[in-house]
Design a protein around this ligand. Sequence first.
Ligand code: HDE
Length: 736
Amino acid sequence: MPEESNIQIPGVPASEPAALDEPTTPREPLPPKPDQQGPEAVSPTGTPTGAPLTARAQSGQYLTTAQGLRLGDTDHSLKAGPRGPVLLQDHHLREKITHFDHERIPERVVHARGAGAHGVFRSYGTAARISRAGFLAKDVETPVFVRFSTVLGSRGSADAVRDTRGFSTKFYTDEGTYDLVGNNIPVFFIQDGIKFPDLIHAGKPHPDREIPQAQSAHDTFWDFVSLHTEAQAHTMWNMSDRGIPRSLRTMEGFGVHTFRFVNAEGKTTLVKFHWKPKQGVHSLVWEEAQIINGMDPDFHRRDLADAIEAGAFPEWELGVQTFPDTEDQMFEGIDLLDPTKFVPEELAPVQPIGIMTLNANPTNYFAETEQVAFHPGHLVPGIDVTNDPLLQVRLFSYLDTQISRLGGPNFGQIPINRPQAPVNDMLRDGMHQQAVHGGAAPYHPNSLDGGCPFLAGQDMSAFIDVPEELAASIKERKNPASFSDHYSQARLFFRSLTPVEQDHVIQAYTFELGKCYEKAIRERQLLALANVDTDLCAAVAKGLGMPAPAATEDVADAEPSPALSQLGKTWPVAGRVVGIMADQDSDLEEVNAARKALDALGIVPLVIAPAGGTLGEEGDGGVPVQRTYLTARSTEFDAVIVAGGAMRASDATAGRDAKAGEPGASLDPRVVLLLSEAFRHAKALGAWGEHSATLETAGIPQDTAGVVAAGTAGELVPQIAELLANHRVWERFPAN
Ligand code: HDE
């Protein structure tokens, strides 16, 4: 090595310091700078895995490129002079824009709009006799991630549309991930998966103008369901209140298909899954839903996240209906392999097997709710599929769709999709491979890697396909004869509803068909309704101004199933929202007493006042305002209490000096709107003391069901809570 180790630069005297020192002996790499550490390692449930943690995103000291290069400027592109063109050599600009250009991934072809949450499932052990699934043993706690969704709308569409809701649960069990990918409606539109593209093409917006968004009220949808009559049962559920849930927290969930439980002895039982919300099963009314979609398109998503953030963790009990795994797989005349049929609870009770609590919001929507990949074929030992032809096609579709949606076959390595059981597969390489697999022999059998990994037996928790004897048959494109009844369950559902709920169904069909331009489609759907129920058909036909056709099919009657009605029960009131309308004339002590009394019941009190800030002095005696006349709309509240004195319209409104209830008094039109909407939507309304006069002035009749006048806030709140337990004051509906 020359004595002078400085690099020589032509034209530069050797005595000048060299630009660089070439290291001659290896040295330890520099410790990473705080802002250069990798992203935080989290388990699929969002909890840190114990791997070295870094500070949260955006909190590192210096901004860097994706390669860890510290940046001195990210606000100006590199230009040839301040007014000159931008230079291609600006590597930071190119990285920043290129990454941005690719931030979006394809949305789901169906169920694009969703909301997710983390939680835990605790099993009761009641299913242990019929399933050997480890997570169903007594008192086992399994982390879960749930994604609720609408079906038809795009990712940016509104929440409260009339549609089926998806209810997908990922159980991160010790024996591998189990996905229960269900809906809030127990029957489906089609019996064979080959029809799914037809169904979805008909339901999605028209291909020419791409309207309407997230709705079934259009010609192509009703064209399909009226021609394809096996869809009538599911459509009937959509037209009922189930199509517009009040909250994701107040929805039931169903596995839809019949699945198979396998116990330790290999004995099989057929099961249908049910999620029963502890919060009750509640819906919106249609006018409310339409208002919400404009006022707050994120209504369901916000409600779920707010409840979890507030610690009001929603819970669902998981239950199963069980059926003997007989050769014909029929139960009480119902083909258990027909996904357009459900089994009434009166014939097969739902038996609870565990409880799920959602207790954490996602940290990052994209990483978790968007990238989560469900698949009905993600099974664990003890749970298997059946030959339901819809389920069989799903087993292909869900894996397939993730490859284009998540960009390759390694989507299982995305944090939210990572199993919490050890993974020891022989899948290799592919787009977005994250693992650095060691070893030489990713094949089986091998001798080079010691023969590893080995195959497990049933006693080592292996998934063993249930041996199933198949009847000798011919290969053909045909349905079994037992699939041919398309109307009896639509009839059973409609006739099991209370008159109020039936009225909603009539209104919904009339609305949806009223939006169809083609007369032939309306006529054909009326014909289908005639086969379901002649009164229903006549009422819808009347609304459409069309003649009611006669039934063409001889449809079997079934015993109504009262369990299908959402009415007539009482439910916990915790988590419901009550608006308290107050103003400068309110008795603030009473307002605070009402807030406290509601809070003690777990009800969320929101004070609505003319302007934001605080009523009275900030501090103990003051009342913080959560909503103003401008930001409030009746749809946010399950009940409304009037606690204000005047609530007069501002400027230039006649009678502004008169007290409410006095001649000449006039209320702010937004107050009138809020109260009259709440009244029309059958919500409980109340006032104490002289404030009843405000209700009167708003046109709310006093001695009406669900309109409560009390002496004090303390007397009023329990009465409002009692009404809330029924969800709405149904005897007042409709109130037009
Ligand atoms: Fe799905 N369905 N589906 N589906 N489905 C998808 O998978 C499909 C069906 C359901 O939150 C897709 O990952 C076919 C029934 C839910 O990520 C896709 C058929 C039920 C979700 C797909 C059905 C469902 C999906 C789109 C007929 C209720 C949202 C993106 C054979 C039991 C999952 C994706 C989530 C999503 C296909 C029928 C529920 C394309 C072919 C029946 C809750 O794979």
